[in-house]
Write a protein that binds this ligand. Sequence first.
Ligand SMILES: [Zn+2]
Length: 321
Amino acid sequence: MSFLPTEVFPVIVPTRSSLKSFNFYIVKNEDGLSLIDAGVNTTKCWEFFNQALEDHGFTLDDFDQIILTHNHEDHVGLVDRIVAQHDIPVYVPERSIHRLKRDRSFFQMRIEFFAELYKEMGCGEAGERQVEKLKEAVQYHEEKKLHAELTAIGPDTFSTLTPVETPGHSPDHMIFHSSSEKMIFGGDLLLKHISSNALVEPDRKGNRIRTVLEHERSLERCAALDADVVYAGHGELIRDHRELIEKRLHGIQRKANRILKQIQSGIHTASELAQTMYQDKYEIQFSLVMSEIIGHLDYLEAHGKVEKEKRDGVCYYSSIN
Ligand SMILES: [Zn+2]
């Protein structure tokens, strides 16, 4: 078999948000021409993509497939536009499909999941407001449904890229490793300039995923891979992934320890912890802040540092000495 060295052409779309940029990648190798992730669904992003094609002498017709790392809308934005013009397979993690297809019963269950969770975490009215927002977003969800046919990625779907399950940031997250080329397409697992959030989510059956613990394991899995470069979903490319992963793992520990100190000083519910530690952000970035607190409480619980007790439907955390 002739061996084609991999060539990667990044598409970098700047944004003013803390993410810095939306990145996706045109990849040429023996699997043909692939697009890994597909940016946001905006005119600006579409124009950047078309400019990149022109700069490198490609057209849409050259593509053989689209590959997605996870279901977040800033990674799947251009899929339908591309497939409408050039019908190619779209490979996605198996666990992305019901989210990308906006499965009604799943999103209904997800609302009930968060209503119950925020109650348990003592969020009161702030939690109820968030649940109302989720209900309003159901319509919006329908509009975001991908129309393209989606194919689940299996271990042998690609000859040159190994898919590696890396849940945590999202339950479906995958990265793609080329051992011969020493490169990783990392999605949002690892970002150079900010730590990637591990967002609380239910699995398909409605059970809460221990997201920070999963994220930690996924980072370790990534550190075990040999690579000179990680092509990240936002910000700069990463040349020293093991060092950066070390830093991120310490960051998780540090954050968990800060929460532990608050618990030892007499704060016992996730909601009170969030308000004490994040103040205004508790209201403004409610779901993000609660994900941080709940995820790190799981971490402390798994490491035998805290235990929880449910009273009147609310979880109270206390430290184990
Ligand atoms: Zn993401």
